[in-house]
Design a binder for this molecule. Structure first.
Ligand SMILES: [Zn+2]
Length: 256
């Protein structure tokens, strides 16, 4: 490989880790011009899970090089879910710290578990798992933001404070590092739903941006509230900040 080509790849990867949304925007434009569909189904299979039987589908995204996981509850064997009128749907963004390592500064793992249990109960539902870490800013941004927010003191994780002595939150951490608090893109989720033949959903969320994100792409959305009780003080503050800063519908009842 020529050195220039190699440098171009390194440059691409750096931009992808630093600013994934910029790469995505450019790629979406190119795909549109080339009339190439953004998503491709990589495969599907039935899997037994503790939540019950699922059809597991993985889509690849040409714009980001990412993979998106989809879990479908119900006796689904065809290509399209035509009889799924307003099914329960959760569009969940990956949070490796919470879901893999059970970090308890945010509620992501509990939300995922709640959604899967609810779908299992109804024996119908679609969970779309979007690989977009750190509020869409990428895992590199998340590490920086968390490092701006948390520290280790005598073996205990502490929340850092600003000059006025106010405890910081992860959104402060993102902004300090030059990122937006919310940079997620719900277009792939809308595209996945349309590919599956779904035009209406009961969306499990308290996030107005997510409702708007799907509605703007022609999906009819009925909100289905999702309420997670915080398990500790850091998570509680995180939920309060989320409500104030991003307009999530989280009430006092949810917090206590
Ligand atoms: Zn999280």
């Amino acid at each position: 490989m020529e050195k220039a080509e190699f440098s171009a790849i390194i440059d691409y990867l750096n931009r992808n880790w630093n600013k994934p949304w910029e790469v995505e925007e450019e790629m979406v434009k190119l795909l549109y011009q080339s009339k190439i569909p953004r998503l491709i189904e990589l495969g599907r299979t039935a899997i037994p899970t503790e939540y019950g039987p699922m059809t597991y589908i993985v889509f690849g995204d040409y714009a980001t090089g990412k993979e998106y996981d989809v879990a479908i509850f119900g006796n689904f064997t065809g290509k399209k879910l035509r009889d799924y009128n307003y099914p329960l749907v959760r569009v969940h963004s990956s949070c490796r710290t919470s879901e893999l390592f059970h970090a308890d500064n945010c509620e992501c793992r509990q939300e995922l578990d709640f959604a899967l249990k609810q779908m299992s109960k109804e024996k119908k539902g679609i969970l779309i798992y979007l690989n977009q870490e750190g509020g869409g800013n990428g895992i590199k941004a998340k590490l920086t933001a968390y490092n701006n927010t948390f520290g280790l003191k005598k073996g205990i994780v502490i929340v850092k404070k600003d000059k006025k002595g106010r405890q910081l939150n992860v959104y402060d951490g993102y902004e300090k590092a030059g990122y937006k608090s919310e940079h997620r893109d719900f277009d792939p989720a809308a595209a996945i739903l349309k590919t599956l033949g779904i035009n209406s959903v009961r969306l499990m969320t308290n996030n107005p941006n997510k409702i708007e994100g799907l509605a703007s792409k022609g999906i009819k959305v009925k909100p289905f509230g999702i309420h997670i009780k915080p398990t500790n003080g850091i998570m509680r503050k995180h939920l309060i900040t989320k409500a104030k800063k991003l307009g999530h519908s989280i009430t006092n009842k949810d917090l206590n």
